[in-house]
Design a protein around this ligand. Structure first.
Ligand code: ZN
Length: 341
């Protein structure tokens, strides 16, 4: 009961990439880079274990960015043909590559990383992949002509990757879909279908992470205009609850998402974000426990997994370490209170 995990990313060590920066270029090359990524993943696995995190992740140390880290290994994308696109429903502009022919997966993307992590931890292991809708919102299309169609093509490739990760011993595969809250009305129409394609044939746990984004300025500005209560999720949580995915991950720490929306996920395990990743203040274990306790009003404790709001990649490493410890300690406090161990 009240097990713990992380949403996904953790900061890169300073010797691997420039800290506190998204898209930071690698500071190592070739074999040294692979070795460095492995060392960084190893450090984070140990730090997660020490903090009492039950389902550990590689901290996304093997990829530069949560979407492009996957796309870099996909054929059919022209990286010279960069298109300026307003992403997340025009929240901000980004330079994105362009799909010019049918996409295919030339080789495993995260297989080697997963194999390495599996060898070095006895804990449950989680790997994250970008969701099909979010991929389509982060790349320009000059081939498919329709987003749902392109998303389905990517979903088939994600499924190949996910089946391989499962075979390597990965226990939880999570799809990151921050685009879900930019295109709420599309989620029930094709967002869930493309996720179903991505998890086809999997028997491991499957999760979807939805979110209001990292603590970057564009997101902070956008959140200002969302009102005092963020009820956007009400529009598609019924569709998510009806879906075949096992878990839903969302932000609940210092969040304007009303806890009552969790009541719409009555058939899911809920990864309750109890760590605010947009603040460098380290939560106390009591505060983490309070967030989890508030979620218990709408979710049975057996279905709650304590988690971070989102990835911690942009935070200073020392802060992320402190937040991991607070997460583990807060969940442990609550377990004791509930009479568990
Ligand atoms: Zn997120």
């Amino acid at each position: 009961m009240m097990t713990t995990t992380v949403a996904g990313s953790l900061p890169k060590p300073a010797w691997l990439a420039e800290p506190e920066k998204l898209w930071a270029p690698w500071r190592l090359q070739d074999e040294a880079l692979v070795e460095g990524q492995q060392d960084a993943a190893l450090a984070w696995i140990k730090l997660q274990e020490d903090a009492g995190i039950d389902i550990v992740s590689d901290g996304e140390q093997f990829r530069k960015h949560f979407v492009h880290g996957f796309l870099e290994h996909i054929d059919g994308i022209d990286w010279q043909r960069m298109t300026t696109m307003g992403i997340r429903d025009d929240r901000y502009d980004a330079q994105v590559p362009t799909v010019t022919t049918a996409v295919s997966r030339k080789k495993s993307v995260h297989g080697e990383g997963a194999k390495f992590c599996r060898k070095h931890t006895a804990k449950q292991l989680k790997f994250t992949l970008p969701g099909p809708m979010t991929i389509c919102d982060t790349i320009a299309d000059a081939h498919y002509g329709s987003r749902p169609e392109m998303a389905m093509a990517f979903a088939a490739l994600l499924n190949e990757e996910a089946l391989e990760l499962e075979a390597l011993g990965v226990d939880v595969i999570q799809f990151d879909e921050p685009a879900f809250n930019a295109f709420m009305d599309q989620v029930p129409i094709w967002g869930v279908d493309t996720l179903h394609r991505a998890i086809q044939g999997l028997s491991c746990k499957t999760a979807v992470h939805i979110c209001y984004g990292y603590g970057i300025q564009e997101n902070i500005d956008w959140k200002e205009g969302l009102g005092d209560e963020w009820r956007q999720y009400e529009e598609f949580f019924p569709a998510l609850n009806d879906s075949k995915l096992d878990q839903v991950s969302l932000e609940c720490a210092d969040s304007k998402v009303p806890m009552s929306v969790l009541g719409l996920l009555k058939d899911k395990e809920v990864l309750v974000g109890a760590i605010n990743v947009a603040s460098e203040t380290i939560e106390t274990p009591e505060k983490v426990a309070a967030t989890l306790r508030a979620a218990m009003e709408y979710v049975d404790p057996e279905r709650i997994i304590a988690c971070t709001n989102c990835g911690m990649a942009p935070l200073p490493r020392i802060v992320a370490e402190g937040k991991l410890k607070a997460l583990g300690a807060g969940a442990s406090l609550l377990r004791k209170e509930l009479g568990g161990s």
